[in-house]
Design a binder for this molecule. Sequence first.
Ligand SMILES: *Cc1c(COP(=O)(O)O)cnc(C)c1O
Length: 373
Amino acid sequence: MRLAHERETGSTVKPSREKVQRWVRPEIRALSAYHVPDASGLVKLDAMENPYGWPQELVGAWLGRLRRVSLNRYPDPEAGGLKRRLRQAFVLPDEAGLVLGNGSDELIQMLAMAVGGPGRAVLAPEPTFVMYRMIAAFTGTAYAGVPLHSEGFGLDMDAMAAALERHRPALVFLAYPNNPTGNLFDAAEVRALAECAPGLVVVDEAYCAFTEASLLEAVAEYDNLLVLRTVSKIGLAGLRLGMLVGPPAWLEEVDKVRLPYNINVLTQVSAEFALEHKAVLDEQSARIRADREALFEALAALPGVEPFPSRANFILFRAPRGRANALFQGLLEAGVLIKNLSGAGGALADCLRVTVGRPEENARFLEALRALL
Ligand SMILES: *Cc1c(COP(=O)(O)O)cnc(C)c1O
């Protein structure tokens, strides 16, 4: 047998298509990689980011804190200081367990690794956050999507109940408010699902900063309800930090699949610092909420455009029939990047999603859209 190290060095060896196809699992080959478009030079209204920075004196104080970080050392594996700060900042119940993830995406993956896998199922209403489906595929877990009501995007409780019965899912994901539709599901219906789901129900509150509604208190009332949160939508998307809150008995198990040191030291220090100044972030979220209403009214006034009410920092809207692709492209040419969802069809036919930006960015978007209609 000829070993690899005897090979002539410097020659480029390309894997054959057959070899790749033989070894990469079919469900992975069937996926397309999560595509993030290049936004350089564009008004970026595609990703639900907070558009505001920090005042200069805050940036200075933050850099001072970073100066003291030891990059040569591994971070605190438990992120104890940051957890204490998060518990305080988000008023988490003392008795609840807390696991941190490299973004809430990583927590979705940890959940799927802990309770998913072959022979198990994930269930979610659709349309919803695409990572539930993708992570189910990564982990070899079956995925069942249950259509929301086409009017108002509420939960179809009969269909959900039938799907619970049929698939007996290990995990049910409910984004509250939902992405990309922006609405809140009926809280009593979410509770009813927790009541009858055989496995875990995860309430994903990525957009909790933009609504008064939360099911955090329900964590203490059910033995199978977890709440997922992230700092991404409140102005810290670059840090990659999410948190999972729920009964310690579940979280102790989920914590076992967490890779050591998953929250890097720069994230720990920066998030702790930012949360000491959470009032600044809260004020920005409040401004975004107010601007959302103005943006909604302006969209509703455009001919043929139907915006859907939103409790998040984005607005889904339906373009005149057959025009979504051209409008998306026209906006791009005018220097404005939003999200085109019309390709998904079904409930999202002709739909586009815009993130609430700074007032001047929203104005630029509206002006460009108006010119294209
Ligand atoms: C944006 C979003 C997330 C992702 O959050 P990260 O913490 O940035 O990974 C999770 N859930 C929903 C519903 C989202 O829209």
